[in-house]
Ligand binder design. Structure first.
Ligand code: EPZ
Length: 436
């Protein structure tokens, strides 16, 4: 099993180019089920989750091909397959995003019910409620969600839940509604840039969608969708992670292809911490489109100020950067409070940070982080993708050697993270540790 061995204390310097967003790529790949024509996706990161989605689509009658670093080509060759089997779905919860497109295009979908995971229970009730509102019969049979509808019908759908809207639920309902009869209005839709990117792609395929990026999305159903050639939005979470890696090492890093307009809440918190992002191509004027790509240089003061961070749905501070900012605030000069409002149990990294000498006290959905002068390297265990990223950042700043075990979690969301960090001057290597 692979691990990262990090000798901390090096300042990062150099340039990183951000890849296309993993969390945009997954629902966009699933949307290829909506058409019989070829779909080409550009700037798709090379990640375990992308390979898993490719395997799933293959089983569902979509061929997925890619030559080296080229675009991903998807083409339906058998539209009779309706089942997303347990052995693939259990490797990746995001498999749920085939549900809406398969149902809408093929009249039936059987998708293994995703289980919980390390960041919480993660129900899919809102996805199912949305598809039922569009007229689908939805049931559970032997652990599979089974949904049927000859043709979906447009309806008003409310997707708000106890923790806000649902990102993949919005993707599912919006995708399904593109082929429904009549108009669908999704209220309390997720506003995340990955949903907006999906809407842009579906629109280029012939769908009629307005309001994506706002809490009300209107979809007028059409009879068929065409193929498309689409370039993904840059990955705001990958960008945020490398920004914080630069900050925690007091480095000097240029981030290219950075979606700064999708990182407003993150930039706001970081500025208060004392980390500044300077666009090197001049400040872009504000636009309504969330599709800005900039080059930004990270410059931080040696002294990091403590702050309050609350994770929230977009445009709030993303839960997917909570572990990384916690690592950074472990080195701040005073007490910070981090509150998790999306996944209130997403704190498995706290116990590992404590092993490195951090001072963190959890109370329900909040953690009090009291800054320390330095962290000490230690063997730590990654529990989920973003928790692992937080531990890598802590290791980069710590004195001594940190071994981050189970980096397969990281490989799900960061392409060649150790290579990128090596290029920036970090002392990090991937080693094969025999399983205990
Ligand atoms: C997406 O997951 C992302 N995954 C997650 O990123 C991200 O953390 C999350 O959105 C929140 O931003 C992908 O895009 C592939 P949700 P998703 O449905 O869509 C509750 C990463 O590290 N909820 O928006 O599955 C849910 O429990 C991953 O890259 C319901 O109650 O998340 C949570 O509290 C991890 N019922 C909140 O809503 C439902 O039916 C938001 O979840 C669905 C969700």
């Amino acid at each position: 099993m692979d691990a990262f061995v990090i000798h901390g204390g090096r300042r990062l310097r150099g340039t990183v180019r951000i890849h296309g967003a993993k969390n945009a790529a997954l629902p966009l790949m699933a949307a290829s089920l909506l058409t019989d024509e070829p779909v080409t996706l550009r700037d798709v990161p090379r990640l375990a989750d992308i390979r898993n989605m490719g395997r799933l689509l293959d089983v569902m009658g979509v061929s997925v091909q890619r030559a080296d670093d080229g675009p991903l080509h998807l083409a339906t060759h058998d539209s009779g397959k309706c089942e997303a089997p347990y052995d693939i779905v259990r490797t990746m919860r995001a498999s749920i995003c085939v549900l809406g497109p398969t149902l809408a295009r093929r009249g039936e979908a059987r998708v293994s019910m995703p289980g919980g995971c390390n960041i919480g229970d993660r129900p899919v009730d809102l996805h199912l409620r949305g598809l039922k509102a569009l007229g689908a019969e939805v049931g559970l049979e032997s652990g599979y969600i089974v949904a049927r509808a000859k043709r979906l019908r447009g309806a008003r759908v409310f997707l708000g839940g106890p923790f806000g809207s649902t990102v993949l639920g919005t993707a599912n309902v919006m995708s399904a509604a593109t082929l429904a009869e009549g108009t669908t209005i999704i209220e309390s839709a997720a506003c995340e840039p990955e949903v907006t990117d999906l809407a842009h792609m579906l629109t280029a395929m012939g769908a009629r969608i307005s309001g994506a990026g706002s809490p009300r999305i209107v979809v007028e159903g059409v009879d068929r969708l065409a193929g498309v050639d689409h370039t993904l939005v840059p990955d705001r979470i990958e960008a945020g992670t490398y920004i914080m890696a630069a900050a925690i090492t007091n480095g000097d890093v240029l981030i290219e292809n950075c979606p700064t307009d999708s990182l407003t809440a993150v930039i706001d918190r970081l500025e208060e911490v004392g980390v500044n992002l300077e666009p090197t191509d001049g400040a872009a004027p504000p636009t309504e489109q969330q599709n800005l790509r900039q080059s930004v240089r990270i410059a931080s003061d040696r002294r990091l100020e403590p702050v309050q961070v609350v994770t929230q749905p977009f445009p709030g501070f993303p839960t997917d950067l909570q572990a990384q900012i916690m690592a950074l605030l472990c080195m701040a000069d005073g007490n910070s409070i981090i509150t998790e409002k999306i996944f209130p149990d997403r704190f498995l990294h706290v116990a590992e940070l404590l092993r490195m000498g951090a001072r963190c006290l959890r109370n329900g959905p909040s953690v009090l982080v009291s800054g320390v002068h330095h962290l000490e390297g230690a063997p730590v265990m990654a529990s989920d993708l973003r928790a692992s990223a937080g531990l890598v950042l802590a290791g980069l700043a710590a004195r001594g050697t940190t071994t981050v075990n189970r980096v397969y979690h990281l490989d799900r969301g960061y392409e060649g993270m150790e290579l990128t960090l090596q290029q920036l001057g970090a002392d990090i290597e991937r080693v094969d540790v025999p399983a205990a």
